[in-house]
Design a protein around this ligand. Structure first.
Ligand code: NI
Length: 227
């Protein structure tokens, strides 16, 4: 399931983060964190994870991602990896790839499976040309370019790429989550059910039918969740 999450960060948060990133000397080549295959197709900059600015900024993203109710419902996250920051400019791009399946989480102190990818846009669309995130799924390919502060979540199993940025700078934050529900289709059914219950509750209050559906949601989650 691909889902656009509006306003994960407020415009004020975006401005504060951008002010720091735009003046930072902690940008390093994205090649440093790429595997042998990715090195050939990846051309961008990332904030050095050992830098002071990184230590200041990543908690803002982590908190925004973890407290967002839409993201919680859609991802059913068990672990969220520490978000990172990247910048594409001067024809920088990242060719078609699938992200690594397993990553080490220093927070969790263990390896985690990347089930869901998230990109939080930190540049407004008018600040750059190109730079679309293209995500391929069963239904074709989708072009994503969102307002600063908005995010896209998508299955980490998808083939995706970032088109060359021909003008300006495309700055974003990105990370991965391990979900309690590994299967994307099961996650998406739970999400649809959850959203439908939410709307029904607004219309009908806690009627017996709404409560029954809620029980059904929890029993499905019990069936499918691994902890
Ligand atoms: Ni990727």
């Amino acid at each position: 399931m691909m889902l656009h999450i509006p306003a994960v960060l407020t415009k004020q948060q975006v401005a504060q983060i951008r002010h720091q990133l735009d003046h930072s000397h902690a940008w390093v080549s994205g090649q440093d964190s790429a595997g042998a295959q990715a090195q050939k197709i990846k051309s961008n900059l990332q904030i050095d994870v050992h830098s002071a600015i990184y230590q200041t900024l990543h908690p803002i993203l982590s908190q925004a991602i973890q407290k967002n109710t839409l993201i919680r419902s859609a991802t059913l996250a068990k672990h969220v990896l520490t978000p990172m920051f990247n910048c594409y400019q001067s024809l920088g791009a990242y060719g078609n790839h699938v992200d690594s399946a397993i990553q080490f989480s220093s927070d969790a102190g263990q390896a985690i499976r990347t089930d869901v990818s998230i990109t939080v846009f930190l540049s407004e669309p008018h600040e750059y040309e190109g730079g679309e995130l293209i995500i391929e799924d069963h239904y074709g390919s989708h072009e994503v370019k969102l307002d600063a502060g908005d995010a896209i979540i998508y299955p980490a199993t998808s083939l995706h790429r970032v088109e060359p940025v021909t003008q300006g700078k495309r700055i974003a934050s990105f990370t991965w989550m391990q979900s309690m529900v590994k299967d994307d289709w099961q996650r998406s059914m739970l999400f649809n059910l959850d959203m439908t219950i939410l709307k029904l509750r607004q219309q009908l209050g806690d009627s017996e039918e709404v409560l029954n559906l809620t029980h059904h949601y929890h029993n499905l989650l019990r069936q499918w969740a691994d902890l």
